[in-house]
Design a protein around this ligand. Structure first.
Ligand code: NAP
Length: 248
């Protein structure tokens, strides 16, 4: 297991689901983890779970699609810990609809919450990472961003956008000891996918070669590897964690 002792990690949207599992896995490996949510419901709960594991960190409620709130969050982290080594841009959501029924607001909202947030958070931490000549950024994209999903023009575009962001930023900061990668989960059991209609779920399962829906831990293990010292020669890549759903 990789050792993240001494590392400070921010995991956006880590009050529940995939983000929570990532936060717990990084804490298990020794990182201090800043947990984050938007509603104030559960970032503290994740921090309490981290403390039960013997770890530590900070819980910050902030809307990561809002630049002022992102700047405040990162300032608080830098004032508290003096550094940010790891950023996992995980916060995201869906507003599914067929394009003919999708209001423009649902397009804008998803680009802001899923894509702009990753840009804002990366921008806020990258200067301090460059000073330290060390950083790990992981963007949680999606299989939908690679293969497209009907009813998700807004979501698929935002997740494909994260892949472009990943590659461009990876090139910008590679010489400064900072790696930027994306993880593209397939179908993972969380509150987000619990909202999906049963018939869509039944259509999806036969398309997954491994033959099961993924767990939040499946994603967390991949992220824990990409943020480790052992992954220093991997940048600008998209790692699918999807049971073989997308094979490129
Ligand atoms: P989830 O269970 O709905 O959790 C989403 C988390 O993001 C929550 O903690 C939520 O905060 C937070 N969040 C939402 N908007 C935010 C904002 N503006 N600012 C800060 N935090 C915000 O979702 P999930 O299934 O774990 O998904 C996590 C990520 O993985 C998302 O980016 C999603 O697109 C991606 N993904 C998921 C799947 C899947 O199958 N589940 C597949 C591919 C990709 P609150 O708790 O306060 O609402």
């Amino acid at each position: 297991m990789s050792d993240l002792t001494g590392r400070i990690a921010i995991v956006t949207g880590s009050g529940q689901g995939i983000g929570q599992a990532i936060a717990l896995e990084l804490a298990r490996r020794g990182a201090k983890v800043v947990t984050n949510d938007v509603t104030g419901c559960c970032a503290e709960d994740t921090l309490a779970m981290i403390r039960e594991l013997g770890g530590d960190g900070l819980a910050i409620t902030a809307d990561v699609s809002d630049s002022a709130q992102v700047e405040n969050m990162v300032k608080t982290v830098l004032d508290t810990f003096g550094q940010v080594d790891i950023l996992v841009n995980n916060a995201g959501t869906t507003r599914d609809n067929l394009i003919v029924r999708m209001p423009e607001e649902e397009w804008d909202f998803i680009q802001k919450v899923n894509l702009k947030s990753a840009w804002l958070c990366s921008k806020a931490v990258v200067r301090s990472m460059m000073r330290k000549k060390y950083g790990r950024i992981v963007n949680i994209s999606s299989a939908s961003g690679l293969m497209g999903q009907a009813g998700q023009t807004n979501y698929s575009a935002s997740k494909a956008g994260m892949i472009g962001l990943t590659k461009a930023l990876a090139r910008e900061v590679a010489s400064r000891g900072i790696t930027v990668n994306a993880v593209a989960p397939g179908f993972i059991k969380t509150a987000l996918t619990d909202k999906m209609p049963q018939d869509i779920l039944e259509q999806l399962l036969p398309l997954i070669p491994v033959g099961r829906i993924g767990t939040v831990e499946d994603v967390a293990y991949a992220v824990a590897f990409l943020v480790s010292d052992q992954a220093s020669y991997i940048t600008g890549q998209v790692l699918s964690v999807d049971g073989g759903l997308v094979m490129s």
